[in-house]
Unconditional design. Structure first.
Length: 124
């Protein structure tokens, strides 16, 4: 074999390697995108299931509270504390609705409202 023939073959092999590396990179990127889509679908499904569970539990306990008002009385303070957690997702609406639902005229609830306003300047 002549020297030029070998050089041409080496050049051809290098070009093929570059093409294969580019294909490999594309496949890796595609795999990465598909895995991200899969994780998003799993998160969405988990969130949907969590929401459904909350709705079912809430409906169940609303029925229980209507059937047994003493049960509601026994957890009033815990409900207000939970709805007013600063790191939670409770909003002013939650406290207002809870206050109306529980018929609370407790000054501590007003204190919780003002506390929530301090931590959230956009709060009305």
């Amino acid at each position: 074999m002549s020297r030029t023939n070998i050089d041409e073959q080496l050049i051809l092999i290098n070009e093929q390697k570059k093409a294969q590396l580019e294909k490999l990179t594309q496949l890796k990127n595609r795999e990465k995108d598909l895995r991200a889509q899969q994780r998003k679908k799993e998160r969405d499904l988990t969130r949907q299931q969590d929401t459904r569970l909350k709705i079912i539990l809430g409906s169940f306990y609303l029925r229980q509270f209507k059937q047994n008002p003493a049960l509601l009385e026994s957890i009033k303070n815990d409900l207000v504390s939970f709805a007013s957690e600063p790191e939670g997702k409770a909003k002013e609406q939650n406290l207002t609705v809870l206050k109306e639902l529980l018929n609370i005229e407790d000054p501590n609830v007003e204190l919780l409202h003002s506390f929530w306003k301090i931590g959230n300047p956009d709060f009305k």
